[in-house]
Design a protein around this ligand. Structure first.
Ligand SMILES: Cc1cc2nc3c(=O)[nH]c(=O)nc-3n(C[C@H](O)[C@H](O)[C@H](O)COP(=O)(O)OP(=O)(O)OC[C@H]3O[C@@H](n4cnc5c(N)ncnc54)[C@H](O)[C@@H]3O)c2cc1C
Ligand code: FES
Length: 260
């Protein structure tokens, strides 16, 4: 793992994409250029009480030439709602890159990436890396409705085909949870690896489908975090090898080792 840096960054854009969904562009060249796929940044949201903890966000896209990184975030509580109300440009204190990376496997096996909601963000840089390495990649995106499938066009542009989409309300693609699509794909295609990021219950189902089909699976576990640097143990994950810190031992884990 590379060194974790603490730097001041400038938020150059903070745009609303859909209900409760925002895109943040942060200029912080050193951290942006050091980010690996699946790693995250720990952000001190400005203007909140100094006692408020940093908030972890995955990096969705990196523009090395501009020295910027994008974060796709959902407003769920006080911190993200406060962030959404801030008008760019403004400064943020960031720690990063934190955590482990998605790995590019050897061989020519097809890979299946499964994202629920904003889980589409951390898998995008991985998909870019896999495509650049010449891998065959299928992507399944699940969201509550069509508007929340925000990374769909970016994935389509990258893959050259539309990703498999599922919406809870049936407003786009398969009507139902994306796990239904994953179940069908696991029966009809041969995959060498499944990588998944999204709500925990969905990741558990995807892992079960993959492991039942003898496909190795990796999951990105987004536990609540405090320090983000491995010191406080607030983010532990139970595994068959004992408790692991999600922030520095993860967030990506072998699904076969997670005690759900
Ligand atoms: C490694 C990692 C990467 C993440 N990447 C992203 C991302 O790219 N985009 C994004 O929108 N969010 C991401 N999250 C989740 C994000 O950090 C939380 O949504 C955010 O911290 C909530 O802050 P808040 O102050 O708005 O909410 P709080 O007031 O702290 O909490 C409000 C609600 O959000 C839930 N919540 C808080 N933290 C998490 C969490 N870690 N995972 C799931 N639910 C949580 C709480 O249970 C509560 O119901 C990531 C989390 C981790 C650990
Ligand atoms: S957040 Fe402190 S150890 Fe992981």
């Amino acid at each position: 793992m590379c060194e974790i840096l603490q730097r001041s960054g400038t938020v150059v854009a903070n745009r609303k994409l859909a209900d409760n969904l925002f895109l943040l562009d942060i200029q912080s060249r050193e951290i942006a250029c050091a980010m690996g796929p699946g790693q995250f940044i720990h952000v001190q949201i400005p203007g909140m009480d100094a006692r408020i903890l940093r908030r972890p966000f995955s990096v969705y896209q990196v523009d090395e030439a501009a020295g910027t990184m994008s974060v796709l975030y959902q407003t769920v509580g006080a911190g993200t709602q406060h962030l959404a109300a801030l008008e760019a440009p403004f400064s943020v204190d960031i720690i990063g890159p934190v955590g482990n990376c998605w790995e590019v496997p050897e061989g020519n096996d097809r890979l299946l990436l499964v994202a629920g909601g904003v889980g589409a963000a951390p898998l995008f840089v991985y998909a870019q890396q896999l495509v650049a390495a010449g891998k065959q990649v299928d992507v399944v995106l699940g969201a509550q409705n069509k508007d929340a499938l925000v990374a769909r066009e970016a994935y389509e542009e990258l893959l050259g085909v539309e990703p498999y989409c599922a919406t809870d309300d049936g407003s786009y693609g398969y009507h139902g949870f994306c796990t239904g699509v994953v179940s069908e794909l696991a029966k009809s295609k041969q995959y060498g690896l499944v990588a998944c990021c999204g709500p925990e219950p969905m990741m558990k189902i995807v892992s079960d489908i993959a492991l039942d089909s003898n496909i190795p699976a990796r999951v990105s576990l987004e536990k609540r975090m405090a320090c983000g640097i491995g010191a406080c143990l607030s983010c532990v994950v139970n595994t068959v090898d004992g408790y692991k810190r999600s922030c520095v031992d993860g967030p990506i884990f072998d699904a076969a080792k997670v005690v759900w």
